[in-house]
Design a protein around this ligand. Structure first.
Ligand code: GAL
Length: 777
C-alpha cells in the first residue's frame, strides 16, 4: 500500500551493447506456451536496509528472513517499515527453455507488483528499473507522475546478456524502496521465461468493446498485432463460445489470419448473445504450433430495453437545508423532448418545465409531498416525490461519478466534462446519476491570500460548476485535512475556511475529505491505525479525538457557507468511523482502503460490510469505495475492468443491497453497451435508493454462497444470493430459514420480471462469482 505518489519515470538502462527494456504489461493472457516458465514463487530471502553489495551472487543471505512475494513485508513481521529492502532468490536456468521456445532472442522476468520503486539485478548486473531518475525518489516533473506500486513489472533482456548463467545457478536481487504504507513485492507472480510469440503478438480483444446489434448479437472487433521486430505470422484465428457448465460448443467460427509488423489482422466477430457462456479467441501459429488464446465470460444484458414513454426514476425523496440554493433534476427516461410538472412545490422553488430542473431557495421547513409528472409524445407518468426542507441532506446514497478510478492524477477539466456529457447524452442522468466529482489532482498552489488555485488542467472551476449545474448535475471536489493530499498536492491544513469559501464560490456540492498527510499532524494516531488495522480497540481508542478533529474543523467551515455540501469522510474506516462519522456532519464515510478492479479486492471489501448495517441511515452512509466497472486505470492509461461479467452484476447488486454510495469510477465517455445496461437498471437503483435506508443484513454464509436481505420501504424485501465460489452453483433456499414470510410474488430485479408466486423457497443456478437479485412483495 501507499499513500503518497512521487514522481516516477520509466527509464531505459543502457548496459554494454545490450539494452534493457522495461515493459509495462497491463493486459494478461491465458496462454499455451511450449517453453514453460521457471517459477520464482518461493525461496525468496529478505533484508531491510540498503547495501549495493547485496546485488552480488556470492553474498551470504542464509540468515536473511524467508519471505513470500505475494504479501507486503509489513504483513510478514516488518510492521510499519518504510524505506529500502532487498529481496534475493536463487534459481537454475536450464538452456532447454531456449531450445523449446520458437523465438530465442530474449528472456523476460515477471516480478508481479512492487510497492513502490525497484531496481533489479541478475548476478550483480542491473537489468531493469522502475523509478524516477534519482532512485528511489523521482524527478519533479509533474507529467511523469504515476502510481508505480500498481504496475506489473516485466523486464526483458537479451538471451545473450553476459549476466545470464545458462545451465547454472543464478541470483536475482531486487532492491525495493517503499515510501509509506505497505511495501515490497506483493503479487507473487514471479517467473523467468523466454520471450516467445505470445510476447511479440498482441491479441487485442480489449481496445474495442462489445457492441450489441439490433438482432441481439455481439459485434466484437479483434486484432492481432505484431508489436516488435520485423516478423510475419500465418495461422488460424478462431472464435468459440462454450456453455460454462457443460462446455458444449454453442458457436464457433475460424478464419485464416496473416499479419506482419506493418499490417495487423482485424476480424469483426458477430457472436450470439448467449448467457452463461465462455468465449475464447485463439490464434494458432502454423510454423511453431504455438497458440495464443484469451477467454472470458461472454457479456449478457439483463436490464430490459428502455420504454419510449416517460418513466420517472431515482430516489423518491430529496433533502435540502433551509435557505440553501436548491438544484434537483427530475430523472425520467423515455423519448425526449419531455415536459415536466410538479404539484405542491415548496415555496421559493421553481421548475423549468422543459428540462425538469428545479431551482430556487426554500425557506420554510417541512416535508412536502409533491406529485411529479413527466410527459412526452408517447405517454405520461406521475409519481409521488418528497422534498424535505430541514437540516438533512443526502437522504439516499449519493449517485454519480468520480474521476479517481479512471483518471487518477491525470484528471482534467476536459475529462470531467466529457464524463458529464456522457451522463447527459447516454441518459444516465435520467436514472438519478447526478454528482460529477473531481478527485485528487486538480490543485495548484495558494495565492497571497491563502486561496487555493486549480492547476493548469482546470482553467476555470466556476465555469465548470456552472456547466454542470445548468444541466442539472452536481459538482464535487476533493481535498485533504493534511498539508498534502495523497497525490502530493496542496491539502487544506490551516486553510480550511479559505477552502470552504472557495468551494462556495465555485458552486461545489460535494467534498471528499481524505486524511492522507494529516498523518504528519497526528503521527501517534496515524501509527495506531492502518489500512489493515482500522478497528477501534482498547489500545487505540485514546486517539479517537485526533481522528475526529480534522473532520470537525472542516465541518465548522462548511457550516458557515451558503451551500449544501455532501460531506464525504475518507480515512479508510479508522477508529470505526461508522460509529462517529455523523458527529462531524459526515454524510458518508469510507469503511476500507482503496478498491481495485479485481475479484479479490471486490470480495475483500464488499463482503466485509455486513456488520455495519445498523449505521446506515438517511444522510449517513457506509462507503465501501467507488465502482470498478467500465474503463478504469487510475490514469492516464485505462483498461476494461478485470472483473468478469458475473462479478460486475455482483458488484452492482451488492452495492445496491448495502445502500452504498454509487460513484461510477470509469471514463464515461468510453461507456460500452454492457456497462451502460448495467448502470441503467431502475429497479436495481431503487433498491439502493430505497427511502427506508436500511442496509442489507447478511443472513447466511458458507464457503460457496452468501445471502443478504434488505427491508424495503414498501414492505417488500430485496434478497440477494451471491455465488462466491469459482464454479456454477445450484442454490436452494427455504424462506423459513431466514424468517421471510407473508409475501405473494417473487420478482427478478435485474430482468424486472415477476417469477411467480412466493411459495416455500427458491432454487437458483448461479454462475461463478455471480448473483441473483430478487424482490419479494
Ligand atoms: C486515497 C483515497 C483514494 C483517492 C486517492 C487520491 O487515499 O483513498 O480514493 O482519493 O487517495 O490521491
Amino acid at each position: 500500500m501507499w499513500l503518497y505518489f512521487y514522481y516516477l519515470n520509466i527509464i531505459y538502462v543502457m548496459n554494454y551493447r545490450l539494452f534493457v527494456i522495461l515493459l509495462i504489461v497491463l493486459s494478461h493472457f491465458t496462454i499455451n506456451i511450449y517453453s514453460q516458465p521457471i517459477l520464482l514463487k518461493t525461496g525468496w530471502k529478505f533484508s531491510k536496509g540498503d547495501d549495493m553489495r547485496w546485488a552480488a551472487t556470492d553474498i551470504d543471505d542464509s540468515k536473511w528472513q524467508n519471505i513470500e512475494v505475494s504479501r507486503t513485508w509489513e504483513e510478514q513481521g516488518n510492521d510499519k517499515y518504510d524505506g529500502f529492502g532487498w529481496y534475493r532468490v536463487k534459481f537454475d536456468m536450464p538452456s532447454n527453455i531456449k531450445e523449446k521456445s520458437y523465438l530465442k532472442d530474449s528472456l523476460k522476468f515477471i516480478l508481479g507488483k512492487i510497492d513502490d520503486h525497484d531496481e533489479v539485478y541478475l548476478n550483480g548486473q542491473l537489468i531493469g528499473k522502475n523509478a524516477g531518475k534519482n532512485f528511489p525518489i523521482g524527478n519533479n516533473d509533474n507529467t511523469a507522475r504515476f502510481t508505480a506500486y500498481n504496475i506489473p513489472r516485466k523486464y526483458v533482456i537479451s538471451a545473450l546478456h553476459p549476466a545470464i548463467k545458462w545451465n547454472g545457478s543464478n541470483v536475482l536481487a531486487v532492491r525495493v524502496y517503499d515510501q509509506l504504507g505497505g511495501g515490497g513485492m506483493t503479487e507473487g507472480e514471479c517467473s523467468v521465461s523466454m520471450v516467445d510469440i505470445i510476447d511479440v503478438i498482441t491479441l487485442d480483444i480489449k481496445s474495442t468493446p462489445y457492441r450489441i446489434t439490433p438482432n441481439n448479437n455481439w459485434n466484437k472487433p479483434i486484432r492481432l498485432i505484431v508489436n516488435s521486430g520485423n516478423m510475419t505470422f500465418a495461422g488460424i484465428f478462431a472464435v468459440e463460445v462454450k456453455d460454462i457448465e457443460s462446455t458444449k460448443t454453442l458457436f464457433n467460427v475460424s478464419v485464416n489470419a496473416n499479419f506482419n509488423t506493418q499490417k495487423s489482422f482485424v476480424y469483426e466477430a458477430n457472436i450470439p448473445a448467449i448467457e452463461n457462456a465462455i468465449v475464447s479467441y485463439t490464434f494458432a501459429h502454423d510454423l511453431s504450433g504455438n497458440n495464443i488464446s484469451e477467454s472470458s465470460e461472454l457479456p449478457y444484458l439483463l436490464t430490459p430495453v428502455e420504454t419510449d414513454s416517460p418513466k420517472i426514476n431515482g430516489a423518491k425523496i430529496y433533502g435540502t437545508r433551509i435557505g440553501k440554493p436548491f438544484l434537483y433534476k427530475i430523472p425520467a427516461s423515455g423519448n425526449k423532448p419531455m415536459k415536466y410538472k410538479v404539484q405542491n412545490l415548496p415555496e421559493g422553488l421553481i421548475l423549468d418545465e422543459n428540462t425538469g430542473i428545479i431551482t430556487g431557495i426554500a425557506k420554510k421547513q417541512g416535508t412536502y409531498k409533491t406529485m411529479v409528472t413527466a410527459s412526452n409524445a408517447n405517454g405520461t407518468m406521475t409519481r409521488e416525490f418528497t422534498i424535505s426542507i430541514g437540516n438533512d441532506i443526502a437522504l439516499t446514497p449519493p449517485m454519480g461519478w468520480n474521476s479517481w478510478n479512471c483518471w487518477g492524477l491525470a484528471v482534467s477539466d476536459e475529462k470531467v466534462r466529457s464524463s458529464a456529457k456522457a451522463f447527459i447524452d447516454k441518459g444516465l442522468i435520467d436514472y438519478g446519476w447526478a454528482y460529477v466529482n473531481i478527485d485528487d489532482g486538480w490543485e495548484d498552489k495558494r495565492d497571497a491570500n491563502g486561496n487555493i488555485k486549480p492547476n493548469e488542467k482546470f482553467p476555470d472551476m466556476k465555469a465548470l460548476g456552472d456547466y454542470l449545474h445548468s444541466n442539472g448535475l452536481k459538482f464535487g471536489i476533493y481535498s485533504s485535512p493534511g498539508p498534502k493530499t495523497c497525490g502530493g498536492y496542496e491539502g487544506s491544513y490551516k486553510y480550511e475556511q479559505n477552502d470552504a469559501n472557495t468551494y462556495a464560490q465555485w458552486g461545489i456540492d460535494y467534498l471528499k475529505y481524505d486524511w492522507c498527510a494529516y498523518s504528519d499532524i497526528a503521527p501517534d494516531a496515524a501509527k495506531a491505525f492502518s489500512w489493515t488495522n482500522y478497528r477501534l480497540s482498547d489500545a487505540n481508542k485514546k486517539y479517537l479525538p485526533d481522528l475526529k478533529k480534522p473532520y470537525q474543523v472542516m465541518q465548522k467551515c462548511l457550516a458557515v457557507i451558503n451551500r449544501d455540501i455532501v460531506y464525504s469522510l475518507c480515512q479508510y474506516g479508522w477508529g470505526d468511523v461508522w460509529t462517529w462519522g455523523h458527529e462531524t456532519n459526515g454524510n458518508l464515510w469510507r469503511t476500507t482502503g482503496d478498491i481495485e478492479d479485481t475479484w479479490s479486492s471486490l470480495y475483500r471489501i464488499g463482503f466485509s460490510q455486513h456488520e455495519l448495517y445498523p449505521y446506515a441511515k438517511p444522510g449517513r452512509w457506509n462507503d465501501p469505495d467507488m465502482l470498478i466497472v467500465g474503463m478504469v486505470g487510475w490514469g492516464p492509461n485505462l483498461h476494461p475492468t478485470r472483473l468478469t461479467i458475473s462479478e460486475q452484476y455482483t458488484h452492482i447488486s451488492l452495492w445496491a443491497m448495502l445502500s452504498a454510495p454509487l460513484l461510477i469510477g470509469c471514463d464515461m465517455a468510453q461507456l460500452d453497451d454492457f456497462t451502460l445496461n448495467l448502470l441503467k437498471n431502475s429497479e436495481v437503483i431503487d433498491i439502493n435508493q430505497d427511502i427506508a435506508a436500511k442496509q442489507a443484513q447478511r443472513v447466511f454464509k458458507n464457503n460457496n454462497y452468501e445471502i443478504y436481505v434488505k427491508t424495503l420501504n414498501d414492505g417488500g424485501k430485496a434478497i440477494a444470493i451471491f455465488n462466491v465460489s469459482t464454479i456454477t452453483q445450484n442454490i436452494s433456499i427455504k424462506w423459513q430459514d431466514y424468517s421471510i414470510s407473508g409475501y405473494k410474488t417473487i420478482r427478478d430485479v435485474w430482468r424486472q420480471k415477476d417469477m411467480g408466486t412466493f411459495g416455500t423457497g427458491y432454487d437458483a443456478k448461479i454462475p461463478a462469482h455471480g448473483c441473483r437479485l430478487l424482490k419479494v412483495y
